[in-house]
Design a protein around this ligand. Sequence first.
Ligand code: HEM
Length: 162
Amino acid sequence: MMISAFCEWLSNTAVSMVIQNVYWIIPTVQTVHILAIATVMASVVMLDFRLLGVAARSQTLPELAHRFLPWIWGAVVVLLVSGSILITAEPGRDLLNEVFYLKMSLLACVLVLTFGFQLLVRRGGEFWEHRRMIARVTAVVSLVLWVGIVFCGRWIAYVAHG
Ligand code: HEM
């Protein structure tokens, strides 16, 4: 109830009205969201495939992490900002939709996993090279979580909301 009152209030604010009524804002923000998703997924695939041992084997894990982790964190910030603009336009569509909370929970899990990976790789990357099984499981869990987030992003539109 409190959330639906908040959604009602937010959708009647001047900022929300502008986003709803200026025809190019939502498609532009959606385009930015999708480009950031492409950036995240390309970087994640490079790192996770390296962890699995099937790509970029000529480069060390610390080298690859140094190259791609900043793209992941930067794109997540862009996703947060563009996603917040989309929520402001139509709050009930997301904040009253359980799939949105599933997406955010999966995102929280994968960000913790990515941060843990980053901490261990900063110590030199030996951890991952010596524990092949843990590296493979981490890569698979990471890929499943990211694909799950993309799926939920699309799914939101097809689930009835309050
Ligand atoms: C960081 C916080 C994020 C927020 C607040 C957010 C928010 C949103 C919102 C509000 C929508 C529109 C959903 C709708 O009403 O139909 C959306 C769409 C989507 N999001 Fe996110 N998102 C975030 C991160 C991500 C991430 C990390 C991914 C995947 C890597 C992602 C993938 C998608 C996809 C695939 C869509 C559908 C795009 C479309 O069909 O136009 N989002 N997101």
